[in-house]
Design a protein around this ligand. Sequence first.
Ligand code: G1P
Length: 312
Amino acid sequence: MFDISAQASRATHAPQPVRTAIFPVAGLGTRFLPATKATPKELLPVIDTPLIQFAIDEARAAGIERFIFVSHPSKASIERHVRQDANLARQLRRKGKNQIARKLEEAALSECEHDIVFVMQDEPLGLGHAVNCAAAHALPGAVAVILPDDLILGKGCIKEMVDAYQTAGVGHMVASMQVASDKVSSYGILDPIETNGQIIRARGMVEKPDATDAPSRQAVVGRYVLDGSIFSDLDRIEPGAGGEYQLTDAIAAGAARLGLAGFAFSGTRFDCGSKAGMLAATLHRAQQDDEFADVLASVAAPMSAAKVTVAA
Ligand code: G1P
């Protein structure tokens, strides 16, 4: 873990524009096999919306111009989902299915409005390595990183962070939430200095510590706004936890120089890298849509506790 003096808590980093978002999507999704044998985990749907779509919509709402997907050669269908498919839209319109054709067009990224870049991460060398695969394509300024299997519903998390980043006076900002102590070893964990509203200034962060060594229970979840110098720090780090190149270590390396803050986001986060999280997200969305009231009631009826409880 990197430690810094109290002076970093007063760091006043000049805000940079955030024009690039990086989506690490190369992971093989072993926790969802066999569902992910032929279907990338980022295309698994919460009802009818694939996880990658939520991530794209979030970035679009934050005014991102360049979308960089760090993918894997076996996951070509992600690109098919992301880009417009004029043929499919035409076929749907020919059959009079105009509404769904329009929905598809609105969901896909348009090359007229956005830069879309796909780079390949052939080997699973860690999240830090994945983000660094995007280095040559990032626009000047800070970059957003969005992990699609951390689904955050409610207020757009990346927009909220990009807005807060402009005045926080730190170089790196990471989405953060408190977790139970038996969960800290599954996350990057902040070493906090002070909290002011949604901003949690921190000395550093450490990847997946043992509960006994953890500096706090303030976990980092998959949204980051990172100073552009993250790439030179990623070039310098050694393999860390799990023998992988950890994004956490590069963030921690820049914390003293740039200032680091956690951001207590407003939305509800679901760990859609886990089956329980995926189910919770699905139930949460179903509960918000009258179309599913009957089916939820019929599923809940035989249970003694009449309501299906949705846990984040
Ligand atoms: C990654 C990061 C970790 C972060 C987590 C959030 O871990 O390395 O710091 O807390 O995402 O979901 P992963 O879940 O990919 O092992």
